[in-house]
Design a protein around this ligand. Structure first.
Ligand code: ADP
Ligand code: TRP
Length: 315
């Protein structure tokens, strides 16, 4: 029996190189290792906390599905699906809500951040980790490849599985996060974590001009001589042994270093962008992938949900 792998991304905007190196690249490598039964999800109900416009949501979903296929996710090898197509996710999230306390969830980063900023958060955002726990636990998942920022969410899923098992008897497998150390947090053009919400991204499928613009905007005043932000992004695209030499040869020449980075990013992006452009001409096949994936995922969850319902006594 193969181990089970599940991960997801929210359809909340254009994928960036932080998403790619932090998570998506691992999706493809792990899928191709053929060691796992893989589930790759578009977390649209999570995304609904941020995107509340039907047209935008629709576009984001089909764009993310295109991204998945363009980077090499393959519906012959993996189940590629949309969270909202599998009702068991929200059903199980509710069941988890009933065994989880408010104080426990107030310790989650997303909630604490919102509180610090004095933001009023939705109940959906507050409960976000419960839906994510349901996503993961429904499939008896062994590993969850993600970036560092998702570590706490996986810990919450583990705690929730243990708590349920304690109350109702052994039901859920305890999942492990898979976080690749040197790309756990990809920096953005301003040196903070690259994130859609900070406007500091380099989009994964950026056009050449956009790549130039993004790289030129990378903040360089590091003080130490080495333009750290440029270097830290550059090391995603070229081995450090080569980079050390280049950055020594061109010490202080920020424009020249940025030009090399631009070329390296273009070399990396252009083939996947080309593939994505080709795929985009046949959007129906992408919808078909999601539809079939949704059916497969749904049938997988039905047995598990039945087991859960028996355990809690509603069946
Ligand atoms: P964003 O912060 O841009 O909204 P998401 O929350 O959609 O990104 O993240 C999708 C996946 O990409 C998650 O597994 C997350 O950990 C990973 N990820 C996002 N930003 C980064 C980053 N800067 N470095 C490493 N991984 C990241
Ligand atoms: N919370 C994740 C993010 O922001 C997305 C996500 C939702 C997810 N459900 C998941 C990731 C289940 C891994 C497993 O990136």
């Amino acid at each position: 029996m193969k181990k089970i792998l599940l991960s997801g991304i929210q359809p909340t905007g254009r994928a960036h190189i932080g998403n790619y190196f932090g998570a998506m690249k691992q999706f493809v490598e792990l899928q191709n290792s053929l060691k796992y039964q893989c589930y790759f999800m578009i977390a649209d109900y999570h995304g609904l906390n941020f995107v509340q416009n039907a047209e935008e949501m629709k576009d984001n979903i089909s764009n993310l599905a295109l991204d998945y296929v363009a980077i090499g996710l393959d519906s012959e090898k993996s189940v590629i699906f949309k969270q909202s197509d599998v009702p068991a996710h929200t059903e199980l999230a509710w069941i988890f809500d009933t065994i989880t306390t408010m104080p426990y969830l107030t310790r989650a980063h997303a909630f604490k951040d919102a509180e610090l900023k004095n933001k009023e958060i939705s109940v959906g955002t507050f409960n976000y980790p419960m839906l994510m726990a349901a996503d993961i636990l429904l499939y008896n998942t062994d590993i969850v490849p993600v970036g560092q920022d998702q570590k706490q969410h996986i810990e919450i899923a583990r705690d929730t599985a243990e708590k349920f098992n304690r109350i109702f008897g052994e039901t859920f497998k305890i999942p492990e996060a898979l976080i690749i150390k040197n790309v756990a947090v990809v920096p953005g053009t301003d040196g903070r974590k690259m994130s859609k919400s900070y406007g500091n991204t380099i989009p994964l499928f950026a056009e050449d001009q956009e790549i130039e613009k993004c790289v030129m905007s990378i903040v360089t005043d590091s003080g130490s001589g080495l333009p750290e932000n440029v270097y830290n992004i550059h090391k995603l695209f070229r081995p450090e042994a080569e980079l050390i030499k280049i950055y020594a040869d061109k010490a202080g020449k920020y424009k020249a270093l940025k030009d090399i980075l631009i070329e390296d990013i273009k070399t990396f992006i252009s083939p996947i962008r080309e593939r994505r452009n080709q795929l985009e001409k046949n959007k129906d096949s992408i919808s078909e992938i999601l539809k079939k994936g949704g059916e497969k995922a749904k049938s997988k969850t039905e047995t598990k949900l039945l087991e859960i319902k028996k355990k809690i006594g509603v069946y």
